[in-house]
Design a protein around this ligand. Structure first.
Ligand code: C2E
Ligand code: CA
Ligand code: CA
Length: 548
């Protein structure tokens, strides 16, 4: 935060504050542009990363589904071959040996077919009749489970250097038929799936046995996430294939997506940054246009008289800013005031307005207590400049016996209640009055009215328009007038354009009337002449005074 020299004058302090504000605004502009340029690129990079990971997962799921389906098909064939031997499983090995050999020779994938009896190998297509201990098939604790089961074993009694898939089918008595499937088929399958998904490691578990591993099982520098985990149930056993991703593959995929789409995104980012720059420039130029117009004296003020219902004459006026642009003509305040607020020029513009009003007033001969309504924007109201500016204005017009009225909208009240409230309290204590402008159009919570210091309620033209020619009651307007009465506020009805509206408002106790029925806004010199001729004269009907 900038520090302000306590010995500096209030003006110097305000200047330092506005320099600091400008520096912040410039930094914010650069920040917004950098954000506009960087955001699409960052979002695209993040989205491509997500997309690459999604692709890796879907490739891996495809590959693992393919492998598991094939494992199931191989296992089913082996089970069918084993099942075909079940009816003969009780026969002696002598008579069975030929059938076992035939089965092995004719069925695909099967290395041997075996009959086990309890824990003993009773007959094998590879060894014939031998009564070996069956724990040559190492499973868990070495005991063979009963019933139908599947398991991968690290080796078999005949082939001790290669794993095998055992497919066991229960046979009568303590017997079972075990088909031995060579693990090479399963490993080949995993190889065949590799082009579908560049995994780092595949782990196949079948039933309760060992895990068949394929790929790079060493400890990887980067942890490999599980990219697919496919399970299925067969013969009461779980077949589970887990694929671990290859981080380098994910990065390659990400890189190729970035390469494909990033040039477009960079082009879009550049376009966006250019667009933001253009908007900033046009704002800047709008701001500069207004500041230049102030310097060039293109603004003047028009004054719209206020008719006092009780006194029957002009009791005040509202100052309305006008911008006459060379070569363009008069620009309505509705067109440039919102822009001035947006671009942060409203405070210097209102300061300029106060100077113009102070200059105009010097030419008038208004009665003491003449109300002068001046519109203040929300930003000004809640800024520290307000007190300085209004006090300075009051100092300049001191002696003219003018009643200054700050016209503020409901928006201002809602925006920064505390600061605005403090400012208004201070100014009211010095004799300034506060009017709530366009009342009823700004979504103001009614509870604010009780807390907020104000003297006058200006009823918006929209409500005055609800009065019809027959003078039937306008319900919302009546409610607003009732509210103002009970809060002890003076009522100004805006935009009164017909006799019927005037009669209606007078009958409901409105204190002041502002509108084309009485008088239109007029330049300072015209107003001055009008005031000395018609405005100061008492006249029961405001329409009679019109025709300035
Ligand atoms: P506002 O404060 O409600 O001002 C009254 C507007 O209603 C004026 O329009 C006035 O010409 C118009 N008006 C008055 N009587 C009638 C009527 O009987 N019929 C119709 N149709 N209109 C009527 P103007 O001068 O164009 O001002 C428009 C708005 O611009 C003002 O509304 C005010 O919000 C803003 N404005 C004007 N001057 C200033 C200013 O110096 N500072 C700020 N912050 N705002 C200003
Ligand atoms: Ca106003
Ligand atoms: Ca108004």
């Amino acid at each position: 935060m900038p520090e302000f020299d306590s010995r500096a004058s209030p003006r110097q302090q305000a200047g330092a504050r506005s320099d600091a504000r400008r520096a912040w605004a410039r930094a914010a502009q650069v920040g917004v542009m950098a954000l506009a340029a960087a955001l699409p690129v960052l979002l695209c990079a993040a989205f491509m990363r997500y997309e690459a990971a999604r692709l890796v997962r879907s490739e891996a799921e495809l590959a693992s589904n393919f492998v598991v389906n094939q494992v199931v098909a191989i296992t089913e064939r082996a089970r069918n071959a084993a099942r075909a031997l079940v009816p003969r499983a009780a026969e002696p090995c002598k008579t069975l040996a030929a059938a076992l050999t035939l089965g092995t020779a004719t069925e695909p994938y099967i290395r041997t077919l075996n009959i086990v009896d309890g824990d003993r190998l009773a007959c094998s297509s590879a060894l014939g009749q031998q009564s070996l201990a069956a724990h040559g098939f190492v499973i868990g604790n070495g005991r063979l489970p009963r019933g139908d089961w599947l398991a991968i074993v690290p080796h078999t009694p005949m082939v001790t250097d290669r794993p095998a898939l055992l497919v066991s089918v229960r046979a009568p008595g303590a017997r079972a038929v075990i088909a031995v499937v060579d693990s090479q088929y399963l490993i080949d399958l995993l190889h065949a799936a590799a082009p579908l998904s560049a995994y780092r490691l595949a782990e196949l578990r079948v039933g309760t046995g060992a895990t068949l591993r394929e790929g790079n099982a060493g400890t990887p520098a980067e942890p490999s996430p599980v990219v697919a985990d496919t399970r299925t149930l067969l013969a009461g056993s779980v077949i589970d294939l887990r694929l671990y991703g290859e981080p380098a593959h994910l990065n390659d995929l990400w890189g190729s997506l970035l390469l494909r789409y990033m040039p477009w995104v960079v082009a879009f980012s550049a376009f966006l940054a250019w667009l933001v720059h253009r908007v900033q420039r046009s704002r800047q130029s709008r701001r500069e246009q207004l500041l230049r117009a102030i310097r060039a004296g293109e603004f003047h003020v028009e004054y719209q008289p206020l008719y006092g219902v009780e006194s029957g004459r002009c009791e005040g006026a509202e100052a309305l800013l006008r911008w006459v642009r060379p070569g363009i003509g008069t620009v309505r305040p509705d067109e440039f005031i919102p822009g001035a607020e947006e671009d942060g020029v409203i405070v210097p513009l209102t300061q300029h307005l106060l100077k113009l009003i102070a200059r105009d007033i010097m030419l008038w001969g208004t009665r003491p207590g003449f109300h002068l309504g001046i519109n203040f924007a929300p930003e000004h109201l809640s800024s520290a400049d307000l007190l300085l500016d209004v006090r300075r204005f009051m100092g300049v017009i001191a002696g003219r016996q003018i009643q200054t009225v700050l016209e503020i909208t409901e928006r201002s009240i809602m925006r920064n209640t505390d600061q605005a409230r403090r400012n208004l309290d201070a100014l009211r204590a010095e004799g300034v009055q506060v009017a709530i402008d366009d009342f009823g159009t700004g979504f103001c919570a009614l509870s604010y009215l009780e807390k907020f210091p104000f003297d006058i309620l200006k009823i918006d033209r929209g409500f005055v328009l609800t009065i019809d020619a027959e003078g039937r009651s306008a319900v919302v307007l009546d409610a607003i007038i009732g509210l103002a009465h009970s809060l002890g506020a003076s009522i100004v009805a805006e935009g009164v354009a017909s006799q019927a509206q005037f009669e209606y408002l007078r009958s409901r106790g409105a204190h002041y009337i502002q509108g084309f029925l009485y008088a239109k806004p007029m330049p300072a010199d015209v107003f001055s002449r009008w005031y000395s001729r018609a405005g100061s004269a008492v006249c029961a009907n405001p329409a009679v005074t019109a025709g300035h």
